[in-house]
Design a binder for this molecule. Sequence first.
Ligand SMILES: Nc1ncnc2c1ncn2[C@@H]1O[C@H](COP(=O)(O)OP(=O)(O)OP(=O)(O)O)[C@@H](O)[C@H]1O
Ligand SMILES: [Mg+2]
Length: 215
Amino acid sequence: MNIILGTAKGLAYLHEGLEPKVVHRDVKASNILLDQHWNPKVSDFGLAKLLCSERSYVTTRVMGTFGYVAPEYASSGMLNEKSDIYSFGVLIMEIISGKAPVDYTRPPGEVNLVDWLKTMVGDRKSEEVVDPRMPMKPSPKAFKRALLVAIRCVDPDARKRPKMGHVIHMLEMDDLLAREECKLDRDSSASHSSGGYNPREEGSLSRHDHRTRWY
Ligand SMILES: Nc1ncnc2c1ncn2[C@@H]1O[C@H](COP(=O)(O)OP(=O)(O)OP(=O)(O)O)[C@@H](O)[C@H]1O
Ligand SMILES: [Mg+2]
C-alpha cells in the first residue's frame, strides 16, 4: 500500500504540481524503483512529454509498454495525463495480484490482467485475486479500496478516470478510516470493560456513508 500511495504522490506532483505538467508515458513496475525502506521513486523519464495547461492533449507517436498503454492513446496517439492514470491502474492491479499485465501462458480468460480482474470483482471474487506470495496481506478493506481505485483508473473512458490528487485522497482516506476503526475498537473494548460511552452504539460515525459516496 505504501508503494501504491507513494507512486500516486509522485505522479500527482508531475500532473498537478508542475507547469507545464509532465506526462510520464511509461508508468510500469520496472520504472518504480524502491529504496532500502521500500519507498517508491518514479524513474525513467525517457519517454516523458510536457503538456501546457492550455492544451488538453498532445498528439504523438504511440510509445510506452504493451499492457500498460491507455486504449485511447494506443488508438489515436492523443496523449494527456489520463494515460498515465490508466497505466497506474494497471500497476496497482499488478502489485495486488502479482501477475503481469499480459501473459499468454495463463488460461484464456486470464491473459489480460485488467479484463480478468474486472470479471473477478464483478463476480464478487475479489479476495481470490490477491498474490498468494504476499508475505503481509493488507486489510481486506484497504485491499478492496485499492482494487476499486485501480478499476476506476482503467476506465475505458479517459474523462471518467480520477485525477491523481483524487486517487491519493481515496487511498489516504482508507488509511485514515482504518486507523480510526482501530481506535474505535480500542475505545470500544475499553468502554465495555468500564461501562462507559461507546460511540458505535449510537451509530455516531457515518463511516459507511463516507465510503459509498466515492463510488
Ligand atoms: N537506478 C536503478 N537502480 C536499480 N535498479 C534499476 C535502476 N534503474 C533501472 N533499474 C532496473 O533495471 C532494470 C532495467 O531497467 P530499464 O529502465 O533499462 O528497463 P525497463 O524499465 O525494464 O524497460 P524500459 O526500457 O521500457 O524502461 C529494471 O528492472 C529496472 O527496475
Ligand atoms: Mg525503465
